[in-house]
Design a protein around this ligand. Structure first.
Ligand SMILES: NC(=O)C1=CN([C@@H]2O[C@H](COP(=O)(O)OP(=O)(O)OC[C@H]3O[C@@H](n4cnc5c(N)ncnc54)[C@H](OP(=O)(O)O)[C@@H]3O)[C@@H](O)[C@H]2O)C=CC1
Ligand SMILES: Cc1cn([C@H]2C[C@H](O)[C@@H](COP(=O)(O)OP(=O)(O)O[C@H]3O[C@@H](C)C(=O)[C@@H](O)[C@H]3O)O2)c(=O)[nH]c1=O
Length: 330
């Protein structure tokens, strides 16, 4: 166990010493008990849909379990005794976090820490979601799990603090850093653009932030694979830790918007495509700075879990073109 006693929720820290224990399980998938938090969020919905058939799933929405309430977290987890806890709960309003730091930290760090402590107490595995925004974006290459995080906004700091709390308090953890999530449900960039193009003939979108848009359904599939691997094989304890998973190919937000508009046109959600002007981040000021390089290197998760990366172009066609009622013109 790490020797340093720090409280990551109040003090940003980049220490990464970890201690892993091994698990071996002979359970068949349906007898694996999984507790999911944040079940009504964009990723939570996809995980719940995907895992419902695979495991014995207990889903909790924010209303049903607030992860910042330590007592409730301990009561529910001690009673249910899940084999695996998946934390899809999070404070994700990147700009709001700048003025709501205490709440962002409470959810993204203290909430994560409560789950970590509760998981450790019953020897459960904690699967947690984190973000590309833990990085500064100053690197010239795609970020690997070895690269030192250095957040440039409050949301990123709160997510990094959550990662550290988990590493400190729960030996059996899998932290999956993902990026630029979109889905047929929830709020996301795809929906924002589809809404904007109904009323705006010209859009201005930043062209100097590059990342990998990730379909929530693919994150859910990967988590399904991780659950399967850690419960059904002799999963090496060395494989607990941090993983990167995002969509390919890398693209700028402007490039992503161009593809969204093309998909919307093909799905006949719009008759005429708007003009899209690319710009630099400095010309599109927002309360929170975003990393310019959000590219995650996903080699490790491919190698250890043998998963394919999210093909965002295929997923986008599905999301925009699936006669989704939310996306149809009003
Ligand atoms: N969206 C993205 O682009 C990315 C997301 N991630 C991470 O993935 C995870 C899921 O994000 P995503 O599904 O997109 O986000 P959403 O905002 O769609 O969902 C988050 C869910 O967490 C719930 N929640 C908030 N506070 C609490 C709390 N105290 N206790 C329990 N539940 C709570 C929210 O409920 P309510 O709405 O009622 O507050 C919401 O249902 C987060 O950890 C996020 O940081 C990582 C990279 C990219
Ligand atoms: C709507 C809009 C956005 N933008 C820019 C602003 C910003 O730099 C970028 C994306 O904007 P959004 O606010 O939709 O995305 P943002 O909230 O920054 O998305 C992030 O959410 C959190 C939760 C994560 O973890 C990240 O991986 C990432 O997905 O696009 C424009 O340039 N023009 C526009 O019209």
């Amino acid at each position: 166990m790490t020797n340093k006693v720090v409280n990551p929720c109040s003090e940003p820290n980049t220490s990464s010493s970890r201690f892993y224990t091994s698990i071996k399980s002979n359970k068949t998938s349906k007898t694996v008990k999984v507790l999911l938090t944040g079940a009504a969020g964009a990723v939570g919905i996809s995980i719940a849909q995907h895992l419902a058939e695979q495991v014995n799933l207990f889903s909790y929405t924010h209303e049903q379990l607030d992860i910042t309430h330590a007592d409730s977290v301990f009561t529910v987890i001690d009673k249910l005794k899940p084999d695996i806890i998946i934390n899809a709960a999070g404070y994700t309003a990147v700009d709001n976090a700048q003025v709501d730091e205490a709440q962002a930290r409470l959810v993204n760090c203290n909430g994560a820490k409560n789950l970590a402590l509760a998981a450790e107490r019953i020897d459960a595995i904690l699967i947690h979601l984190s973000t590309d925004y833990v990085f500064s974006g100053e690197s010239d290459s795609a970020y690997t799990e070895q690269d030192l995080p250095h957040p440039i906004n409050v949301y990123g700091h709160s997510k990094l603090a959550g990662e550290l709390a988990i590493q400190q308090h729960c030996a059996k953890h899998i932290i999956i850093r993902t990026a630029w999530v979109f889905a047929e449900h929830g709020h996301n960039f795809v929906k924002t653009i589809v809404e904007l193009i109904k009323t705006h003939p010209v859009l201005t979108i930043v062209d100097d932030q590059i990342g990998g848009p990730t379909y929530a359904g693919d994150i859910a599939k990967v988590i399904g694979t991780v659950v399967d691997r850690i419960t059904h094989t002799d999963f090496s304890a060395d494989n607990y830790g941090v993983y990167h998973y995002c969509g390919m190919p890398y693209v700028s937000w402007k490039g992503f918007a161009d593809s969204i508009i093309l998909a919307a046109k093909q799905a006949e959600l719009i008759a005429v495509s708007p003009k899209v002007n690319g710009t630099v981040s400095e010309n599109y000021p927002r309360p929170a700075k975003r990393p310019k390089n959000s590219r995650l290197d996903c080699g490790k998760i491919q190698q250890i879990f043998n998963v394919s990366l999210s093909d965002w172009q295929t997923a986008l066609t599905f999301v925009v073109g699936s006669n989704n009622k939310d996306l149809e013109p009003k």
